[in-house]
Structures are given as C-alpha cells and as structure tokens.
Write a protein that binds this ligand. Structure first.
Ligand SMILES: Nc1ncnc2c1ncn2[C@@H]1O[C@H](COP(=O)(O)OP(=O)(O)OP(=O)(O)O)[C@@H](O)[C@H]1O
Ligand SMILES: [Mg+2]
Length: 319
C-alpha cells in the first residue's frame, strides 16, 4: 500500500517531470500559445516569452513544438545549457536542429550551409522556427548579434527564420546589449502564475489524469496552496505531492486546510514570496535544500530536469 493505492490513482499526479500528458491548458497558457504561434506563423522575427521560475516556460515551449504542424513548420527546440556558450556553438546547434547534415566549424562555411538549408525549407513551403529555452543565459552581445544576423536572412517577401525566446524576465536586460535586436522583438508575452481558480483547475486536471475519481483537496486546502505557491506550477506540484503523502500517513480521505498549512510550513512555503524564493533556490543552488526537515523535492527534481534537457538536446529536433 502506498499513497497512490490509498487514493486510487494509477500514476503520480504531481510529478515535476515535464510529462506532456499532464499538460494543462490554462487560460494563461492557451493565450500565450496563441500569440507565439501567431508570431511563428507570420514569421515576425523574434518573439519573447518571459515568466518566473517554475511558471511553466519549458512546458509551454515543448507544447508549442508539439503543436506546430509538421507540414507547415520546420521547428526545433534548443536549450541554452550554460551562459558560457559561444556564438559558434550556438550556430552549430541551430544548424543541426534545422537539419544541416554536417555543420562546418568554420563560421562563414557554416553560415552558408545554414542559409542553404533555410532556403530549402522555404522552397518546401515551410517556415523555419527555432524555440530557445533558458534564453536568459544568452548574456553576451556577440550572441545577440548572431541572432540579429540570422534574422536578417531574407528572401524578397519574408524572413527565412524566426525565433521564440523562452526565459526569465532578465532576457529583457540582455536584449538591451544589442538595441537593434531588441527592436526586432515583434511579440512579447508574459506567462503569469495561475490565479486561484486556475490553481484549483490545474490540481483537478492532474488528479483526473492520474486516475483519481474525486477531488482530494478541499477548498481551504486550495486557498493555502494558492497563497503559498504564488500560483507557480512547480511549487504547486511539490506542495500537493507532499500533502498526499501526509494525507496517506494520517489516513485522511481529503486533504484539508490545516493539513495543507502544516505541509506548507514543513516545506518553508508559507507565503507566496517565500514560495518564489524557494523555487529560486531550488533551481539555482544544487543541494540548497539539504538543511530542510524533509527531503523536499525541487532541488532533486531540478537535477532530473537537467537530464531531460540533455535528452531534449539530442532528440527533440523535428528535422
Ligand atoms: N501548463 C502546465 N500543465 C501541466 N504542468 C505544468 C504546466 N506548467 C508547468 N507545469 C509543471 O510545472 C513544472 C515546472 O514547469 P516548467 O519546468 O515548464 O517551468 P519553467 O518556467 O520552465 O521553470 P524554470 O524557470 O526553472 O526553467 C513542470 O515540470 C510541470 O510539472
Ligand atoms: Mg524551464
């Protein structure tokens, strides 16, 4: 017997792994997706989506990649894994993702290959779109200039490639490193945290997909979750996951407000601000959770995320 059996579920409902099956199309997510897809479809050049840590940017990027029809788009997702990447690494990754067979190391040759490939995509009647996740790690002027260079590649009536940056709000500062690139941002979207209703709907959605036949959190519990997570999905997951374990240990039918409050306190997540701060620590200080009373999830899961990102790097190009 474990909490899944106890609550009649087939699968962990609040795993932080980026499982696309669990995607919840909140109003915020749906709107963001519509705007970004419009940007890609009209080959606007550069679109930027910013959101707080754990708000769902990567989830959205993957969703967008999946949702762009393959007969109309040559789409790729690239994750900036480190702020020290070079312009050459960047160009080679983009070339690879878009299907350049053997990208050259010499820059001019590489640019030539990329241009040829983009023209080929254009001639197939498709649009080349590159989604860049963790774009706040693009921190040098040199990198920004590469994007500008690529955005200048055109055939008479339109651009040959467009980009969508996903990342933390710092992206905006980085863009000021290259004002002409900043000026090319044609669409800006901010992914807002869930409001209280969306938080509840998100929790229901995940429970349902995991096989639960009823709602396992009462209204006061939802209030606590919303307040202490600030509506950030990753933090909501951690809270709910811990609460289900707590509920199971106490053989509780439903997670109520006081139980949820206790869980939030144990996770040191009693206000929205604390939640955001904790998510930040979890994301950027590996092992930063060690001193906590319980084996709290974010830091550990963050490491899992990184492995997933590596897999994405090798596998997610649609080319
Ligand atoms: N729309 C959604 N539907 C279902 N789950 C979601 C959604 N958005 C976020 N999540 C959950 O929240 C977790 C964190 O989301 P995600 O990794 O996309 O956030 P992020 O904004 O990319 O975070 P970071 O700033 O650390 O890169 C995901 O693993 C997923 O479990
Ligand atoms: Mg992310």
């Amino acid at each position: 017997m474990n909490f899944l059996d106890f609550y009649g579920m087939a699968q962990e409902p609040f795993s932080n792994a980026p499982v696309s099956r669990f995607y919840y199309n909140s109003r915020q997510h749906a709107e963001a997706l519509t705007r970004l897809t419009y940007a890609a479809d009209s080959m606007k050049g550069l679109a930027v989506l910013v959101g707080q840590i754990g708000a769902g940017k990567t989830t959205l990027a993957r969703r967008m990649l999946d949702a762009l029809p393959e007969d109309k788009f040559e789409a790729a997702l690239l994750v900036i894994v480190h702020s020290g990447i070079t312009a050459n690494w960047l160009l080679r990754r983009i070339a690879l993702q878009l299907g350049v067979q053997a990208p050259a190391t010499e820059k001019l040759t590489l640019l030539g290959q990329l241009y040829q490939r983009l023209v080929q995509i254009y001639e197939q009647g498709k649009k080349a779109v590159v989604l860049i996740d963790e774009a706040q790690m693009l921190q040098t002027r040199e990198l920004m200039e590469e994007f500008r260079g690529l955005l200048n590649l055109e055939v008479p009536e339109r651009k040959l490639v467009s980009f969508v940056f996903f990342g933390l709000p710092e992206i905006e500062q980085n863009l000021t490193l290259d004002p002409p690139l900043a000026q090319r941002v044609a669409v800006r979207v901010r992914l807002e945290p869930f409001d209280r209703d969306a938080t509840q709907a998100y929790i229901k959605h995940r429970l349902r997909l995991a096989g639960a036949s009823r709602m396992l959190f009462d209204e006061p519990a939802i209030d606590v979750i919303h307040q202490s997570s600030g509506g950030i999905p990753r933090v909501i997951n951690t809270l709910c996951d811990n609460a289900l374990l707590e509920g199971y240990l106490g053989r509780a039918d439903v997670i109520d407000g006081p139980t949820m409050q206790k869980v939030a306190e144990n996770l040191q997540l009693t206000t929205g601000a604390a939640a955001v701060a904790t998510a930040h620590t979890a994301a950027y200080v590996p092992g930063g959770d060690e001193a906590r009373p319980r084996p709290v999830m974010p830091a550990r899961r963050r490491r899992l995320d990184m492995r997933a990102i590596d897999q994405m790097l090798s596998g997610l190009s649609k080319s």
